[in-house]
Design a protein around this ligand. Structure first.
Ligand code: 6PG
Length: 244
């Protein structure tokens, strides 16, 4: 059922195994980027799945193995809430990782979901991305790594089914409209995601099995993540993959 997924698929035995595999791949990508260019840019995902990964990265052995001061941290999407709101992706990342390691706070770039004018917020964040990152395919800002989750309806980042955000091809950031609260979002667009050097989907749990099948058949927003010149990796646990 997973043959239709674009990119490489790795099935781990558990959510903890998935987090370990993701952390090891991030460490390697960070080491390569820091050696090549002296920095590593990553867009963090929200939701519950990445929490385990972020906590793992904040502890030994990964804590001491990563050159945190060389990281530039961005976000793949954000809810339209204050940064200290319990549903903020920034708050979740801050509590599980950003406050626990030696990342330069000036190099953590929160998506301004709390701006009253979300369109203006999207444009400002796109300017930040463009100013801070090298140019990738389609003149898009090229992130070294983008982490993504998968919703049970096949959304990823805040690219939800049947919404305008899926059609945006001339911007790197746009408004999103979720079918679950908080409804208003900001999200990277497909051109920004597809320009990345590495995209990792983190998908755990039996409830995601149908969304994975639908994605493998091309029927979800997540299916439209197809890298122009990069590595796409699906990290699944056995429950999500349907393999025992
Ligand atoms: C968000 C995320 C979203 C998430 C999926 C999966 O802001 O909620 O960016 O795309 O990755 O909804 O969420 P879970 O990991 O909680 O299942």
């Amino acid at each position: 059922m997973l043959r239709g997924l674009s990119g490489d698929v790795s099935v781990c035995d558990s959510p903890d195994g998935l987090a370990e595999a993701a952390a090891a791949r991030i460490q390697r990508a960070s080491a390569d980027a820091c050696a090549a260019r002296g920095s590593f840019s990553i867009a963090l995902a929200g939701g519950s799945t990445p929490r385990t990964l972020y906590t793992l990265l904040s502890r030994p052995p990964f804590r001491a193995a990563i050159e945190w001061p060389l990281w530039d941290v961005f976000f793949g999407d954000e809810r339209a809430v204050a940064p200290d709101d319990t549903s903020s992706n920034y708050r979740m990342a801050r509590e599980t990782l950003l406050d626990a390691v030696a990342i330069d706070p000036a190099r953590v770039h929160r998506m301004p979901g709390d701006m009253p004018d979300l369109d203006l917020g999207a444009d400002e964040y796109a300017i930040k991305l463009h100013g801070d990152l090298p140019e990738g395919p389609g003149h898009a800002p090229r992130l070294d790594c983008v982490l993504l989750g998968l919703g049970t309806n096949g959304h990823t980042a805040s690219l939800f089914p049947h919404t305008h955000a899926l059609e945006v091809q001339d911007r790197w950031v746009t408004r999103g409209r979720a079918d679950e609260a908080p409804y208003d979002r900001l999200t990277l667009t497909y051109p920004a995601i597809n320009a990345a050097a590495l995209v990792m989907f983190l998908v755990a749990g039996e409830p995601k099995r149908e969304a994975l099948k639908a994605t493998a058949s091309g029927a979800t927003p997540a299916a439209r993540v197809r890298l122009v010149d990069g590595e796409l990796l699906w990290l699944l646990d056995a429950d999500a993959a349907g393999t025992d």
